[in-house]
Each structure stands twice: as C-alpha cells, then as structure tokens.
Design a protein around this ligand. Structure first.
Ligand SMILES: [Zn+2]
Length: 356
C-alpha cells in the first residue's frame, strides 16, 4: 500500500547490487571496503524510501507559474557526509563555479530537461515542471548514484573501480528517467516489468547523451556509463545496448551478465529478478530499430518508445511481449505502414520477443 497516489518510487542505483556484491568479496580491502560501505548505505536509503512511501512523502508541487521552457535546478554539496540535501552551491541561472562535479551535475539535469521538453513536449519529469535537485560529493568513496524519488544523489567513486558519477550524462539521464516512469506507466520493479523500467532509463539516458552531442544512431556509442570505470578496470562502461554482455570483463568486477536475445534470458532471484540483466534484451531491440531507421534516434524510435511509456496503455505489470506489441501498434498508428513499422517489428523478431 502506498499513500502517495499509488506511485511506488523506484530506488534504483546505477551500479546494481549484484556488481557491488562481487566487489565486496574482493581480496584487496581497498576494493572491498568501499563496495561494502556503498552496499550498507544503499540498504539504508532503500529502507528510508520504503518508510517515506508508506508514511506518505510530501507532495512535490511545481512552483506556481513556473515557465515551461527552462528547468528549475538546485545543486547541493554533501561535502563527503551522508546528509541530504547538503549545502546549496548552485541555483538556476547561476554561473558555473570552480567545482567541475557541480557543473556537470547542473548541465546533466539541464540536458535531461531539454530532451524531454524539446523532443517530446514534456515539462520536467512529472510533466508539470518538477524542480530538479541534486547532491554531489555524497559520502566517502561512495560507489553509486541514485534518484530517491525526490532528488538525484552522486558519489565521487573510490577511484579504484569507479570514478566520479557525474561524468556520464547518460547516468544522470538514466536516473531521472526513472522519475518519468514513476509518474507514467509506473512499472513494477521486478521481473520483466522491472527490466522494462530499467530499459526505459537506459533508452532515455542514451538519447539524452545523443541529443546533447547531436549524434546520429550510427555515430552514438550506445554505452551506459562510458567514462565511469577507473583505468585499472577491463571494460568500457556498465552496459552496452549495441552488444549487451560486452561492456566489461574484469578480474575484480566479473563479466557483464546481460543477454541480447530471449535465447539467453536469465532466470534469477537476484537483482529483483534480473532487472538490470534482462533489460539487455529490449535495450538491444531499441538499438536495432534505431540503427535500422538511421538519423537521430530520439525522433522516430525514441518517439514511439516515449509515446508507449506515457500513453496510458502500458500496464504496471507489463512484460516484454505486452510492450513490444504496443510499440508495433504505435509505429503503425503514428507513421503508417512504412520503415518505422518494419524496423520495430524486425527488431523484436531479432531479439526473440513475440508480438501479438
Ligand atoms: Zn535504473
């Protein structure tokens, strides 16, 4: 039971618990220590979220008369403590300061706001101008970033495995996109509906990066978290939409467990039933559709995905087939019997997801 209008905020950390579990078992205490502390901190935050959800979180109202054409950003500095939100260091419209982390967080919130408004006409993550708040320099060696239903939080990383979590703009976009899902289809964070929840965050995270850089589908790297792994790690990112399962293969971090097709679907109780694992399958379908269409991925493939996410027909318990079927119907309704319909239909076929 929730008392905040039925919305159950997802507590998604960009680095999933199964990755930190592997790190926490490392023999080197310099690697295991930060991972253990990050897991403990995430468990505390998860409990805190559950309590505020049950008790009823304060309503996050948009300021009256907020203009729809610009975000309302506030960046705070936790100064390596774990109290939120910390000291305010930059408000909307203020000039960049000396702290590159603060500047990246501010720019990343703005890039996310821009994609949703300019490409899809959505005013902030709730559609009603929700102010965007972020805290940087959270904790000591904190190896994660998360959206807690109210704000973004970024760690600096331990410098051994992870670097500063404000570096990849798609990580910022991924977390804020969980807010968009929370306010729309509100997909249950378990099993296939949970993997779809993760998938939407990866799709819009990648699109925010591509929109910011002005990249076409062919120019994009289709990675989530590029630049986040420290130089000693054998890997390029946290996930790859182009080649799921290929993002990292490291002696400490283990191997990227994502499947690309239903043939390799992972049945597991870990990671909320594999939400960060099986999301590789719809992720790859999106990449295939966007790549077949060419040009800017947010314009056609992204439009279809956004419209299905926010259109009201996608149920909170939807599975891959439910979603795939809706994207095919949307492609036909929005673009007729053309390239879009063909690209979307073929993409789902290639990853082995049935449409009805
Ligand atoms: Zn997520």
């Amino acid at each position: 039971m929730t008392t905040n209008g039925g919305f159950e905020p997802v507590f998604c950390t960009i680095v999933p618990p199964h990755v930190l579990d592997t790190l926490a078992r490392a023999e080197d205490p310099a690697l295991a220590g930060p991972a253990r502390r990050t897991l403990e901190r995430d468990a505390l935050e998860r409990t805190r979220r559950r309590l505020t959800t049950v008790i009823g979180a304060p309503a996050l109202a948009a300021p009256a008369g907020a203009p729809a054409d610009r975000p309302e950003r506030t960046i705070h500095d936790a100064r390596h403590k774990q109290e939120l939100p910390g000291r305010k260091v930059r408000g909307e419209g203020a000039k960049p300061g000396r702290d590159a982390t603060v500047n990246r967080a501010y720019a990343g919130l703005g890039a996310t706001f821009d994609l949703f408004l300019k490409a899809y006409g959505r005013n902030s993550i709730n559609g009603e101008g929700l102010p965007l708040k972020a805290t940087v320099h959270f904790g000591e060696d904190y190896n994660n970033a998360f959206w807690n239903g109210e704000q973004m939080v970024f760690g600096d990383g331990d410098g051994e495995i992870f670097l500063d979590f404000t570096i990849p703009v798609d990580v910022i976009g991924h977390e804020l996109a969980h807010g968009v899902t929370q306010y729309t289809a509100n997909l249950t964070y378990f099993g296939q509906s949970g993997a779809l929840n993760e998938h939407f965050s990866d799709v819009f995270g990648a699109l925010i990066k591509q929109y910011t850089l002005g990249q076409t589908a062919a120019e994009a790297d289709w990675l989530i978290g590029a630049g986040l792994l420290a130089p000693r790690v054998t890997g390029t990112a946290l996930r790859s939409m182009k080649e799921p399962g290929s993002a990292y293969d490291d002696d400490v971090l283990g191997k990227d467990p994502q499947p690309a097709t239903m043939d390799d679907y992972v049945r597991t109780g870990r990671d909320n039933g594999g939400v960060h694992i099986n999301s590789g399958i719809p992720n790859h379908a999106f990449y295939l559709a966007a790549n077949a269409l060419g040009g800017h991925a947010w314009e056609r493939a992204g439009r279809i995905w956004f419209d299905v996410l926010t259109g009201g027909e996608l149920g909170s318990e939807a599975g891959f087939t439910d979603f795939a079927t809706l994207t095919v119907a949307n492609a036909r309704a929005s673009f007729g019997d053309g390239d879009e319909l063909q690209a979307v239909t073929k993409a789902w076929e290639q990853v082995g997801v049935r449409t009805v």
